[in-house]
Design a protein around this ligand. Structure first.
Ligand SMILES: Cc1ncc(COP(=O)(O)O)c(C=O)c1O
Length: 404
Protein backbone atom coordinates (compact mmCIF):
# COMPACT_ATOMS: atom_id res chain seq x y z
CA UNK A 1 0.00 0.00 0.00
CA UNK A 2 1.28 3.44 -0.91
CA UNK A 3 1.61 5.74 2.10
CA UNK A 4 -0.46 8.87 1.61
CA UNK A 5 1.65 11.34 3.62
CA UNK A 6 4.69 11.47 1.40
CA UNK A 7 7.78 9.33 1.68
CA UNK A 8 7.96 8.08 5.24
CA UNK A 9 11.19 7.21 6.99
CA UNK A 10 11.08 4.87 9.91
CA UNK A 11 11.13 6.66 13.30
CA UNK A 12 7.38 6.37 13.69
CA UNK A 13 7.55 2.61 13.08
CA UNK A 14 9.31 2.01 16.39
CA UNK A 15 7.51 4.41 18.71
CA UNK A 16 7.17 2.65 22.05
CA UNK A 17 7.61 2.53 25.81
CA UNK A 18 10.88 4.52 25.75
CA UNK A 19 9.19 7.52 24.09
CA UNK A 20 6.19 7.27 26.44
CA UNK A 21 8.47 7.28 29.50
CA UNK A 22 10.25 10.47 28.38
CA UNK A 23 6.93 12.20 27.62
CA UNK A 24 5.52 11.11 30.98
CA UNK A 25 8.45 12.78 32.77
CA UNK A 26 7.29 16.04 31.23
CA UNK A 27 3.58 15.47 31.84
CA UNK A 28 4.24 14.62 35.49
CA UNK A 29 6.13 17.86 36.09
CA UNK A 30 3.63 19.91 34.07
CA UNK A 31 6.50 22.00 32.65
CA UNK A 32 5.91 21.92 28.91
CA UNK A 33 8.17 24.88 28.16
CA UNK A 34 11.89 24.42 27.50
CA UNK A 35 12.98 27.54 29.40
CA UNK A 36 12.71 28.34 33.12
CA UNK A 37 10.49 26.80 35.83
CA UNK A 38 13.67 25.22 37.20
CA UNK A 39 12.26 24.03 40.52
CA UNK A 40 9.05 22.56 39.12
CA UNK A 41 10.62 20.47 36.39
CA UNK A 42 12.05 17.72 38.63
CA UNK A 43 15.41 17.89 36.91
CA UNK A 44 13.95 17.19 33.44
CA UNK A 45 15.39 19.31 30.62
CA UNK A 46 14.36 17.33 27.56
CA UNK A 47 15.24 19.94 24.91
CA UNK A 48 18.68 20.49 26.46
CA UNK A 49 19.26 16.75 26.81
CA UNK A 50 18.33 16.11 23.17
CA UNK A 51 20.56 19.01 22.03
CA UNK A 52 23.56 17.75 23.98
CA UNK A 53 23.14 14.20 22.70
CA UNK A 54 22.72 15.30 19.07
CA UNK A 55 25.72 17.65 19.23
CA UNK A 56 27.83 14.85 20.71
CA UNK A 57 26.71 12.41 18.06
CA UNK A 58 27.40 14.86 15.20
CA UNK A 59 30.73 15.85 16.76
CA UNK A 60 29.93 19.57 16.90
CA UNK A 61 30.07 22.16 19.64
CA UNK A 62 26.46 23.32 19.43
CA UNK A 63 22.94 22.19 18.63
CA UNK A 64 19.73 24.15 18.93
CA UNK A 65 16.32 22.52 18.57
CA UNK A 66 13.56 24.25 16.60
CA UNK A 67 9.86 23.66 16.01
CA UNK A 68 10.46 22.00 12.61
CA UNK A 69 13.05 21.30 9.94
CA UNK A 70 11.63 24.22 7.97
CA UNK A 71 12.14 26.58 10.91
CA UNK A 72 15.66 25.17 11.34
CA UNK A 73 16.37 26.29 7.74
CA UNK A 74 14.96 29.75 8.52
CA UNK A 75 17.02 29.99 11.70
CA UNK A 76 20.19 28.94 9.88
CA UNK A 77 19.63 31.48 7.10
CA UNK A 78 19.00 34.27 9.63
CA UNK A 79 21.98 33.35 11.82
CA UNK A 80 24.23 33.24 8.76
CA UNK A 81 23.10 36.73 7.78
CA UNK A 82 21.18 35.75 4.63
CA UNK A 83 18.44 38.31 3.99
CA UNK A 84 16.79 40.74 1.60
CA UNK A 85 17.86 40.29 -2.00
CA UNK A 86 20.63 37.76 -1.29
CA UNK A 87 20.76 34.90 -3.75
CA UNK A 88 20.80 31.37 -2.36
CA UNK A 89 21.64 28.50 -4.69
CA UNK A 90 19.41 25.47 -4.15
CA UNK A 91 18.69 22.19 -5.98
CA UNK A 92 15.46 21.45 -7.90
CA UNK A 93 15.19 18.02 -6.22
CA UNK A 94 14.36 18.79 -2.60
CA UNK A 95 11.31 19.47 -0.45
CA UNK A 96 9.36 22.71 -0.91
CA UNK A 97 10.64 23.86 2.50
CA UNK A 98 13.97 24.74 0.87
CA UNK A 99 12.61 27.51 -1.35
CA UNK A 100 9.99 28.47 1.26
CA UNK A 101 12.71 29.20 3.84
CA UNK A 102 14.77 31.21 1.35
CA UNK A 103 11.71 33.23 0.28
CA UNK A 104 10.71 33.81 3.92
CA UNK A 105 14.15 35.24 4.56
CA UNK A 106 13.43 37.81 1.83
CA UNK A 107 16.15 36.18 -0.22
CA UNK A 108 16.06 34.89 -3.80
CA UNK A 109 16.26 31.15 -4.56
CA UNK A 110 18.42 30.31 -7.60
CA UNK A 111 18.25 26.78 -8.97
CA UNK A 112 21.34 24.81 -10.01
CA UNK A 113 21.53 21.32 -11.52
CA UNK A 114 21.81 18.07 -9.59
CA UNK A 115 24.07 15.18 -10.56
CA UNK A 116 23.67 11.43 -10.12
CA UNK A 117 24.16 11.78 -6.37
CA UNK A 118 20.61 13.30 -6.60
CA UNK A 119 22.07 16.39 -4.89
CA UNK A 120 23.60 19.67 -6.12
CA UNK A 121 26.27 19.15 -8.77
CA UNK A 122 29.43 20.99 -7.67
CA UNK A 123 30.52 21.24 -11.31
CA UNK A 124 27.31 23.07 -12.22
CA UNK A 125 27.38 25.48 -9.27
CA UNK A 126 30.00 27.88 -10.54
CA UNK A 127 27.83 28.99 -13.48
CA UNK A 128 25.03 30.06 -11.12
CA UNK A 129 27.21 32.30 -8.94
CA UNK A 130 26.62 36.05 -9.37
CA UNK A 131 27.83 39.05 -7.33
CA UNK A 132 24.54 38.70 -5.36
CA UNK A 133 25.13 35.07 -4.35
CA UNK A 134 25.43 34.82 -0.58
CA UNK A 135 24.92 31.16 0.17
CA UNK A 136 24.59 27.64 -1.14
CA UNK A 137 21.99 25.41 0.49
CA UNK A 138 22.91 21.84 -0.32
CA UNK A 139 20.23 19.23 0.39
CA UNK A 140 21.37 15.70 1.24
CA UNK A 141 18.37 13.89 -0.21
CA UNK A 142 16.90 10.51 0.71
CA UNK A 143 19.36 9.54 3.42
CA UNK A 144 22.55 9.99 1.46
CA UNK A 145 25.00 12.69 0.47
CA UNK A 146 26.07 15.25 -2.07
CA UNK A 147 29.71 15.49 -3.21
CA UNK A 148 30.04 17.65 -0.14
CA UNK A 149 33.85 17.90 -0.18
CA UNK A 150 33.79 19.52 -3.63
CA UNK A 151 30.89 21.80 -2.69
CA UNK A 152 32.63 22.82 0.53
CA UNK A 153 35.84 23.61 -1.41
CA UNK A 154 33.95 25.72 -3.95
CA UNK A 155 32.11 27.68 -1.22
CA UNK A 156 35.41 28.37 0.53
CA UNK A 157 37.04 29.51 -2.72
CA UNK A 158 34.10 31.77 -3.62
CA UNK A 159 33.60 33.00 -0.05
CA UNK A 160 30.02 31.71 0.07
CA UNK A 161 28.12 30.54 3.13
CA UNK A 162 27.33 26.82 3.03
CA UNK A 163 24.17 25.62 4.78
CA UNK A 164 23.43 21.88 4.73
CA UNK A 165 19.85 20.71 4.72
CA UNK A 166 20.36 17.24 6.18
CA UNK A 167 16.68 17.01 7.19
CA UNK A 168 16.36 13.63 5.44
CA UNK A 169 19.79 12.35 6.41
CA UNK A 170 20.30 12.28 10.16
CA UNK A 171 22.92 9.66 11.02
CA UNK A 172 24.53 9.76 7.56
CA UNK A 173 28.23 10.63 7.26
CA UNK A 174 30.81 11.46 4.60
CA UNK A 175 34.29 10.05 5.27
CA UNK A 176 33.24 9.46 8.87
CA UNK A 177 32.06 13.04 9.48
CA UNK A 178 28.37 13.74 10.09
CA UNK A 179 26.38 15.38 7.30
CA UNK A 180 25.48 18.85 8.52
CA UNK A 181 29.01 19.58 9.74
CA UNK A 182 30.66 20.63 6.46
CA UNK A 183 29.21 24.13 6.21
CA UNK A 184 28.57 26.98 8.61
CA UNK A 185 25.33 25.31 9.78
CA UNK A 186 23.51 22.02 9.29
CA UNK A 187 19.77 21.38 9.67
CA UNK A 188 17.72 18.33 10.62
CA UNK A 189 14.01 17.52 10.69
CA UNK A 190 12.21 15.25 13.13
CA UNK A 191 8.76 15.46 11.59
CA UNK A 192 6.57 12.32 11.59
CA UNK A 193 8.16 10.88 8.43
CA UNK A 194 11.86 11.25 9.22
CA UNK A 195 14.49 8.71 10.32
CA UNK A 196 13.87 9.73 13.92
CA UNK A 197 10.83 11.75 14.86
CA UNK A 198 9.62 13.88 17.72
CA UNK A 199 6.20 14.59 16.21
CA UNK A 200 7.25 18.00 14.95
CA UNK A 201 10.75 19.33 15.43
CA UNK A 202 14.05 20.24 13.87
CA UNK A 203 17.58 21.27 14.80
CA UNK A 204 20.48 23.42 13.69
CA UNK A 205 24.04 22.37 14.45
CA UNK A 206 27.26 24.37 14.23
CA UNK A 207 30.79 24.65 15.57
CA UNK A 208 30.60 28.44 15.50
CA UNK A 209 29.62 29.89 18.88
CA UNK A 210 28.61 33.24 17.37
CA UNK A 211 26.22 31.56 14.93
CA UNK A 212 24.83 29.38 17.71
CA UNK A 213 24.17 32.41 19.94
CA UNK A 214 22.39 34.15 17.07
CA UNK A 215 20.36 31.03 16.23
CA UNK A 216 19.39 30.50 19.86
CA UNK A 217 18.27 34.11 20.20
CA UNK A 218 16.55 34.36 16.80
CA UNK A 219 14.50 31.20 17.42
CA UNK A 220 13.10 32.69 20.65
CA UNK A 221 12.14 36.32 19.91
CA UNK A 222 15.73 37.47 20.20
CA UNK A 223 16.09 36.55 23.90
CA UNK A 224 19.69 36.41 25.14
CA UNK A 225 18.84 33.63 27.65
CA UNK A 226 21.05 35.18 30.33
CA UNK A 227 19.87 34.82 33.92
CA UNK A 228 16.59 33.24 34.98
CA UNK A 229 14.10 36.06 34.56
CA UNK A 230 12.72 36.09 31.00
CA UNK A 231 11.24 39.55 31.54
CA UNK A 232 14.69 40.92 32.36
CA UNK A 233 16.43 39.32 29.40
CA UNK A 234 17.85 41.57 26.72
CA UNK A 235 17.30 41.15 22.97
CA UNK A 236 20.57 41.26 21.04
CA UNK A 237 18.58 40.83 17.79
CA UNK A 238 14.98 40.79 16.64
CA UNK A 239 13.75 37.25 16.30
CA UNK A 240 10.73 35.04 15.94
CA UNK A 241 9.17 32.03 17.66
CA UNK A 242 10.63 28.81 16.33
CA UNK A 243 10.75 27.07 19.73
CA UNK A 244 10.27 23.36 20.28
CA UNK A 245 8.12 22.20 23.19
CA UNK A 246 9.43 19.94 25.95
CA UNK A 247 6.88 17.28 24.96
CA UNK A 248 8.23 17.02 21.43
CA UNK A 249 11.83 17.15 22.61
CA UNK A 250 11.10 14.31 25.07
CA UNK A 251 10.09 12.01 22.19
CA UNK A 252 13.31 12.92 20.39
CA UNK A 253 15.45 12.00 23.42
CA UNK A 254 14.18 8.41 23.20
CA UNK A 255 14.29 8.25 19.39
CA UNK A 256 17.89 9.41 19.16
CA UNK A 257 18.93 6.50 21.38
CA UNK A 258 17.43 4.17 18.75
CA UNK A 259 19.25 5.74 15.80
CA UNK A 260 22.10 3.22 15.63
CA UNK A 261 19.67 0.30 15.67
CA UNK A 262 17.58 1.98 12.96
CA UNK A 263 20.64 2.53 10.75
CA UNK A 264 21.87 -1.01 11.23
CA UNK A 265 18.53 -2.58 10.19
CA UNK A 266 18.17 -0.24 7.21
CA UNK A 267 21.69 -1.02 6.02
CA UNK A 268 21.15 -4.75 6.30
CA UNK A 269 17.86 -4.70 4.32
CA UNK A 270 19.15 -2.25 1.74
CA UNK A 271 22.27 -4.32 1.08
CA UNK A 272 20.20 -7.46 0.54
CA UNK A 273 17.86 -5.73 -1.92
CA UNK A 274 20.65 -3.89 -3.73
CA UNK A 275 22.72 -7.05 -4.14
CA UNK A 276 19.72 -8.78 -5.71
CA UNK A 277 19.02 -5.81 -7.99
CA UNK A 278 22.59 -5.89 -9.29
CA UNK A 279 21.49 -9.05 -11.11
CA UNK A 280 18.78 -7.11 -13.01
CA UNK A 281 19.84 -5.68 -16.36
CA UNK A 282 19.60 -2.00 -17.10
CA UNK A 283 19.64 -0.83 -13.49
CA UNK A 284 22.06 1.87 -12.47
CA UNK A 285 22.27 2.95 -8.84
CA UNK A 286 22.41 6.44 -7.40
CA UNK A 287 26.00 7.59 -6.98
CA UNK A 288 27.06 7.48 -3.32
CA UNK A 289 30.20 9.56 -2.70
CA UNK A 290 30.79 7.50 0.48
CA UNK A 291 28.70 4.29 0.48
CA UNK A 292 29.68 3.55 4.10
CA UNK A 293 28.08 6.80 5.24
CA UNK A 294 24.70 6.20 3.58
CA UNK A 295 21.93 6.04 6.19
CA UNK A 296 20.14 3.60 3.86
CA UNK A 297 16.72 5.12 4.33
CA UNK A 298 16.08 4.70 0.59
CA UNK A 299 17.45 2.68 -2.30
CA UNK A 300 17.48 4.97 -5.34
CA UNK A 301 18.14 3.64 -8.83
CA UNK A 302 17.84 4.67 -12.45
CA UNK A 303 16.31 2.97 -15.48
CA UNK A 304 17.67 3.67 -18.98
CA UNK A 305 14.99 6.27 -19.86
CA UNK A 306 11.97 8.11 -18.49
CA UNK A 307 9.32 5.86 -19.98
CA UNK A 308 10.85 2.66 -18.62
CA UNK A 309 11.24 4.28 -15.18
CA UNK A 310 7.62 5.46 -15.11
CA UNK A 311 6.32 2.05 -16.14
CA UNK A 312 8.67 0.21 -13.74
CA UNK A 313 7.41 2.37 -10.85
CA UNK A 314 3.83 1.51 -11.82
CA UNK A 315 4.62 -2.21 -12.23
CA UNK A 316 6.40 -2.35 -8.87
CA UNK A 317 3.33 -0.85 -7.17
CA UNK A 318 1.00 -3.28 -8.95
CA UNK A 319 3.22 -6.22 -7.91
CA UNK A 320 2.85 -5.16 -4.26
CA UNK A 321 6.29 -3.59 -3.84
CA UNK A 322 5.13 -0.60 -1.81
CA UNK A 323 7.04 2.62 -1.06
CA UNK A 324 8.46 3.17 -4.57
CA UNK A 325 8.55 6.86 -5.41
CA UNK A 326 8.82 8.23 -8.93
CA UNK A 327 9.70 11.79 -7.94
CA UNK A 328 9.52 13.19 -11.48
CA UNK A 329 5.71 12.91 -11.38
CA UNK A 330 5.40 13.59 -7.65
CA UNK A 331 4.23 17.01 -6.39
CA UNK A 332 6.40 17.02 -3.29
CA UNK A 333 9.99 16.93 -4.27
CA UNK A 334 10.76 18.14 -7.78
CA UNK A 335 10.60 21.58 -9.39
CA UNK A 336 8.69 20.27 -12.43
CA UNK A 337 5.39 20.06 -10.51
CA UNK A 338 5.79 23.15 -8.30
CA UNK A 339 3.22 25.25 -10.14
CA UNK A 340 2.70 27.55 -7.15
CA UNK A 341 6.38 28.55 -7.23
CA UNK A 342 6.47 28.88 -11.01
CA UNK A 343 3.50 31.25 -10.88
CA UNK A 344 4.57 32.85 -7.57
CA UNK A 345 1.15 32.11 -6.08
CA UNK A 346 1.55 33.33 -2.53
CA UNK A 347 -0.77 34.34 0.29
CA UNK A 348 0.77 37.81 0.17
CA UNK A 349 3.37 39.62 -1.95
CA UNK A 350 6.87 38.30 -1.29
CA UNK A 351 10.02 40.38 -0.81
CA UNK A 352 11.72 38.33 -3.57
CA UNK A 353 9.18 39.70 -6.07
CA UNK A 354 10.31 43.25 -5.33
CA UNK A 355 14.03 42.60 -5.77
CA UNK A 356 15.82 43.80 -8.88
CA UNK A 357 17.24 40.28 -9.20
CA UNK A 358 13.76 38.65 -9.01
CA UNK A 359 13.69 35.36 -10.95
CA UNK A 360 11.08 33.95 -13.31
CA UNK A 361 10.72 30.43 -11.90
CA UNK A 362 8.38 29.45 -14.74
CA UNK A 363 11.33 29.93 -17.10
CA UNK A 364 13.90 27.93 -15.12
CA UNK A 365 15.32 25.05 -17.19
CA UNK A 366 17.31 22.23 -15.57
CA UNK A 367 17.81 19.68 -18.39
CA UNK A 368 20.52 17.71 -16.60
CA UNK A 369 18.28 17.30 -13.53
CA UNK A 370 15.27 16.40 -15.70
CA UNK A 371 17.32 13.70 -17.44
CA UNK A 372 18.31 12.21 -14.07
CA UNK A 373 15.00 12.56 -12.22
CA UNK A 374 12.90 11.20 -15.09
CA UNK A 375 14.92 7.95 -14.86
CA UNK A 376 15.01 7.69 -11.04
CA UNK A 377 12.93 5.63 -8.62
CA UNK A 378 13.51 5.69 -4.84
CA UNK A 379 12.48 2.69 -2.82
CA UNK A 380 11.78 3.12 0.85
CA UNK A 381 13.52 0.77 3.33
CA UNK A 382 11.26 -0.12 6.27
CA UNK A 383 12.15 -1.24 9.78
CA UNK A 384 8.95 -3.18 10.24
CA UNK A 385 9.88 -5.78 7.60
CA UNK A 386 10.92 -9.25 8.71
CA UNK A 387 13.77 -11.04 6.87
CA UNK A 388 11.03 -13.11 5.16
CA UNK A 389 9.32 -9.90 3.98
CA UNK A 390 12.63 -8.79 2.47
CA UNK A 391 13.02 -12.09 0.61
CA UNK A 392 9.47 -11.89 -0.71
CA UNK A 393 10.09 -8.31 -1.80
CA UNK A 394 13.28 -9.25 -3.61
CA UNK A 395 11.43 -11.95 -5.54
CA UNK A 396 8.77 -9.45 -6.66
CA UNK A 397 11.36 -6.82 -7.59
CA UNK A 398 13.29 -9.33 -9.68
CA UNK A 399 10.12 -10.39 -11.44
CA UNK A 400 9.28 -6.79 -12.40
CA UNK A 401 12.75 -5.43 -13.16
CA UNK A 402 14.08 -8.39 -15.06
CA UNK A 403 11.57 -7.60 -17.77
CA UNK A 404 11.84 -3.80 -17.47
C1 LIG B 1 14.86 18.02 2.50
C2 LIG B 1 13.89 18.58 3.50
N1 LIG B 1 14.12 19.79 4.01
C3 LIG B 1 13.28 20.32 4.93
C4 LIG B 1 12.18 19.65 5.36
C5 LIG B 1 11.24 20.30 6.34
O1 LIG B 1 11.12 19.61 7.54
P1 LIG B 1 9.82 19.79 8.45
O2 LIG B 1 8.73 18.95 7.86
O3 LIG B 1 10.25 19.30 9.79
O4 LIG B 1 9.49 21.24 8.47
C6 LIG B 1 11.89 18.38 4.84
C7 LIG B 1 10.68 17.65 5.27
O5 LIG B 1 10.15 16.80 4.57
C8 LIG B 1 12.77 17.83 3.88
O6 LIG B 1 12.53 16.63 3.34
Amino acid sequence: MRHDIGAPMPGFEIFGEEERKEVNDVLESGVLFRYGFDAARNGHWKARTFEQALARRAGVAHCHLCSSGTSALSVALAACGVGAGDEVIIPPFTFVATFEAVLSAGAVPVFAEIDETLCLDPDALQARITPRTKAVMVVHMCGSMARIDAIQALCRKENLILIEDACQSVGATFNGKALGTFGQMGCFSFDPVKTITCGEGGAVITDDTRLYDLAHAYADHGHDHIGNDRGAEDHPVMGYNFRISELNAAVGVAQLRKLDAILSTQRQYKTAIKDAMKRCDQIQFRELPDPDGDSSTFLSFMLPDGESARSAARALGEAGVDGCFYWYDNNWHYLRKWHHLKQMTAAARLPAQLCDNAQDYGAVRVPQSDAIMSRTISMQIKLSWTPADVEERIAKIEQVLKRA
